[in-house]
Design a protein around this ligand. Structure first.
Ligand code: KIV
Ligand code: ZN
Length: 524
């Protein structure tokens, strides 16, 4: 085959649609910069029409990186124009427009009679909408991608007709999404092969695959697509994304690299940056990578069984097909101590892929110095957490000034909090079912809030007694969900910080009136 496979990264669009993974704009920009260092060919930065924050993120990302940035748009003029407006300042950008093509999508999403009364009539309308959308997008850029949403479940002959129309109208990439993760690898591969036979103008464009992981087959399906002629794959770091996620970038890239003898294809990915990118995405989204995850899981390079350990010591290749070093996971534990100084901190942050502004750096340095004496060593993961906190940079409506708890096996748990708000400092106490509950109740009293705690997770950032604890809370008010994260060597404090963070997030969303309801009309 010997061609280059184009890596289209959609961590910041489809990946961000992971339940509970909401990134703010500065975090997205930092991740985009890291994706650029990783060497992805295209960054899908968001869905500009869906909210002002999405619009702003796409705009800022396209200002910040020297990689082609794509913006998503439904096959309607308003969406396409919004994508263009978010990207227009860039020299080269892509508009990615999509429409549902499977019978179930057509029947349900285009129920209204204005799209036609029968399935046949509705299919005709979708064909026309495809042509119109692609042609309109082409008036703004010569790089237009068209996706036939739910192509995995779309009748292949109709899919061929839609793709042919999209190419005729000027699409330069046609994407075949397995939106629901329904297809089997051989079936998906065969679909691509059939399309190559049936779509008369297919040779003019790049064929792309976009696979979801509902049956755990997203990577296998993407590779089957490559085997049958796809030359672009859409994927996300750590495989994050809607429901069970998208195809994992690192797994596809490493499969192509480790088995180059088999594939004969390469990518532009600088694989040394894989580990840092995975860690950054996990730290910013709060989505923890499962330990046994291929390539980037904590256990991916650990050998537990005696026979394996013995073999690896004699020759690592006995049980290892990839070295940790290859993906940038260094075996040497570089540890900072409180005497490492500012330079040591900056160098280490840079090595981890972070480029903090002077202001952020100053704050991180202060927090680094504030770490308690019990914490003698500061590990890479500690720094990643500090960076995550600083870059997040939410406006602080509420700030924890002080916290006091009483707890014990035979005592009532009580929590007292002092919270600074724009109107002054509020002090409140409450009793609760344990110290964390007591503090959350005290906060609710102080701020007059009544969020439902949907999930509460605590984990140790690194090992050892002085380890920092990371707390993630997910709270709900009505149909809106907010995430909060806090870190501290004291897990009660981390819990309170996480809860206050979520409340700040909710408050910021209220202020910005950032609402998904901005999405107009009945098609999604
Ligand atoms: O899964 C999907 O179909 C998508 C499209 C918008 C490409 O994400
Ligand atoms: Zn998708």
């Amino acid at each position: 085959m010997q061609d280059n496979i184009i890596i289209f990264d959609t961590t910041l669009r489809d990946g961000e649609q992971s339940p509970g993974a909401s990134l703010n704009v500065p975090e997205k920009v930092e991740i985009a910069r890291q994706l650029a260092r990783l060497g992805v060919d295209i960054i899908e930065a968001g869905f500009p029409v869906s909210s002002p924050v999405q619009f702003d993120a796409v705009k800022q990302i396209s200002d910040s990186v020297d990689v082609t940035v794509a913006g998503l748009a439904r096959a309607v003029e308003g969406d396409i124009k919004a994508a263009y407006d978010a990207l227009r300042q860039s020299d080269h950008f892509r508009i990615h427009t999509f429409i549902g093509t499977s019978d179930i999508h057509i029947k349900e999403k285009f129920r209204d009679d204005r799209y036609g009364k029968s399935l046949k009539a509705k299919r005709k309308t979708i064909l026309q909408m495809t042509r119109d959308a692609v042609a309109y997008a082409r008036t703004f850029t010569d790089d237009v991608e068209f996706s036939a949403e739910d192509a995995g479940r779309t009748d292949t002959s109709y899919l061929a007709e839609v793709l042919e129309a999209a190419i005729e109208a000027g699409a330069t990439t046609v994407n075949i999404p397995d939106t629901t993760g329904y297809t089997m690898p051989a079936e998906f591969g065969a679909k691509i092969a059939t399309l190559r036979e049936q779509v008369s103008n297919i040779n003019k464009v790049v064929i792309s695959a976009h696979c979801h992981n509902d049956l755990g087959l997203a990577v296998a399906n993407s590779l089957a697509a490559i085997q049958n002629g796809a030359r672009q794959v859409e994927c996300t770091i750590n495989g994050i994304g809607e429901r069970a996620g998208n195809a994992s970038l690192e797994e596809i890239v490493m499969a192509l690299k480790v088995r180059e003898d088999y594939w004969g294809s390469t990518t532009n990915i600088n694989v040394k940056e894989i580990f840092n990118t995975s860690k950054m995405v996990s730290a910013f989204t709060g989505l923890i990578v499962q330990p046994n995850k291929a390539i980037v899981g904590d256990n991916a390079f650990s050998h537990e069984a005696g026979i394996h350990q013995d073999g690896v010591l004699k020759n690592s290749q006995t049980y290892e097909i990839i070295s940790a070093d290859l993906i940038g996971k260094s075996h040497t534990r570089i540890v900072l101590g409180r005497h490492s100084g500012r330079h040591g901190l900056v160098d280490r942050l840079k090595a981890l892929g972070y480029h903090p502004s002077d202001k952020e750096l100053q704050k991180i340095y202060e927090r680094f110095l504030e770490l308690p004496d019990t914490k003698k060593e500061v590990f890479d993961d500690d720094l990643r957490m500090l960076m995550g906190d600083e870059i997040h940079g939410l406006p602080e409506h509420y700030h924890l000034e002080a916290l006091q708890v009483t707890a014990g096996t035979s005592a009532l748990s009580t929590g007292t909090v002092s919270i600074k708000t724009r109107d002054g400092v509020i002090h409140e106490s409450a009793i609760g079912d344990g110290p964390v509950d007591a503090c959350f109740r005290a906060i609710d009293r102080a701020l007059n809030t009544d969020f439902r705690i949907e999930s509460y997770r605590v984990r140790s950032v690194t090992a050892g007694r002085g380890a920092q604890g990371e707390v993630l809370v997910r709270v709900r008010k009505g149909d809106r969900v907010f995430m909060g994260r806090g870190i501290s060597t004291d897990i009660i404090e981390a819990s309170v910080l996480a809860y206050i963070y979520a409340l700040n997030d909710a408050r910021a969303a209220e202020d910005e009136q950032e609402a998904a309801s901005v999405l107009p009309s009945d098609i999604v």
